[in-house]
Write a protein that binds this ligand. Structure first.
Ligand code: SF4
Length: 366
């Protein structure tokens, strides 16, 4: 096991990020082997159970209702649809299903009850279940835990400073509060971010300070490379270079030694060689399936060929933590409280977000 530190400073993390690459890779790979099998990579499947029409203004996201993008929205999927997709994912080698809904926050009611049923259903398939549903209260987190949720995803996205340049409809502290609510249960925390949004290297280090100083550190950290989608405020951002991704993965591995580091969005732009270097640097999970929520992702068969070539084995479910018990709805100890929490709405102006919103309004008039 590696030493887990919760007092990393931005300066220390920058020094690691900027090391000569061969030294950085060696250090990250050495730390990786202390807590993880270097030949095992988890395959996870991300399902968009409710797509589009979101009230938030995340500058990278094609699902925000205020921007004009060509994604097709859909209402909440049925439990049967989700089960069918989960079975397909399991047959394709996935040990984890992550369900994403384009909500600002969870609201008690029939839709949340349906999600709880999806959690029970996937848990019974002996797969790890993760949800990403926006902000949650403590009671909602406890209900998810009782249904058998394995992980809750809530990304910090970037540094606290740069967060304000990307999102105006909620604050960084709201993210930390939701993570705190999840931590009051046995559900593990998945939290990471996106690079390539125009942030500085200092912001990347700042995000890693925020993640590494959480105690306990997140069990899972996705590192996404921005997929710039037309119509979103970040549509003109340059693609992330593979070297930046490798450095970010390696640095994340060093400061979060026991965490599952997930190579997430942006893999279609990476060569196999690039991905192999990310695995060497400590990435030990990928998302499978032709779509990552709404953006393209490599084909599952291509991924399996890559695994074969690199001698990698998919990670079995519940390798890191035992399968949670799942309580049936009728036996639940919790009731819907119908809370209306005051998550913040800072609503500061972000020029590029405002501009894209205006352009979308004009296009809708035509
Ligand atoms: S990232 Fe999530 S919260 Fe933000 S606009 Fe997209 S769906 Fe909504």
């Amino acid at each position: 096991m590696s030493e887990v530190r919760h007092n990393w400073t931005k300066e220390e993390i920058l020094e690691i990020y900027n090391k000569p690459l061969m030294e950085l890779l060696y250090e990250a790979a050495t730390i990786h082997r202390k807590s993880h099998d270097p030949n095992v990579v988890q395959v996870s499947t991300l399902l968009s159970i409710k797509t589009g029409g979101c009230s938030e203004d995340c500058g990278y996201c094609p699902q925000a209702a205020r921007y004009h993008t060509d994604i097709e929205g859909n209402d909440l999927m049925s439990v049967q649809q989700v089960k069918a997709q989960a079975l397909r994912a399991k047959a394709g080698g996935s040990s984890r299903v992550c369900m994403g809904a384009s909500w600002r926050n969870v609201k008690d009611g029939p839709e949340f009850d349906q999600v709880l049923e999806m959690v029970r259903t996937i848990n019974k398939l002996d797969m790890e279940v993760c949800c990403t549903l926006g902000m949650v209260t403590e009671n909602q987190a406890k209900r998810l835990a009782e249904a058998g949720l394995y992980a809750y995803n809530h990304n910090l996205d970037s540094s606290e400073e740069y967060y304000k340049e990307v999102i105006s409809t909620r604050g960084f502290q709201d993210r930390l509060d939701t993570i705190d609510n999840v931590r009051k249960t046995n559900v593990t925390v998945c939290s990471g971010g996106i690079i390539g949004m125009g942030e500085s290297v200092e912001d990347r280090a700042g995000m890693l300070v925020a993640l590494s100083t959480l105690d306990p550190q997140p069990e899972s950290t996705p590192i996404n490379a921005l997929v710039a989608v037309e119509g979103t405020p970040l549509e003109d951002e340059k693609p992330v270079e593979i070297w930046e991704m490798i450095r970010m993965v390696a640095t994340t591995r060093i400061v979060l030694p026991e965490t599952q580091v997930r190579l997430s969005a942006g893999r279609t732009q990476m060569s196999r060689e690039g991905q192999a270097m990310c695995f060497f640097a400590g990435a030990n999970s990928i998302f499978a399936g032709d779509k990552l929520l709404t953006t393209p992702n490599p084909d599952v068969n291509e991924d399996m060929k890559m695994f074969e070539m690199l001698g990698l084995n998919p990670q079995k479910p519940f390798t890191k933590k035992v399968q949670p018990q799942s309580v049936e709805a009728k036996d639940s100890q919790f009731e819907a409280l119908g809370e209306k929490p005051k998550w913040t709405r800072p609503e500061h102006k972000i020029e590029r977000n405002e501009q894209k919103k205006q352009e979308a309004l004009e296009l809708r008039k035509q």
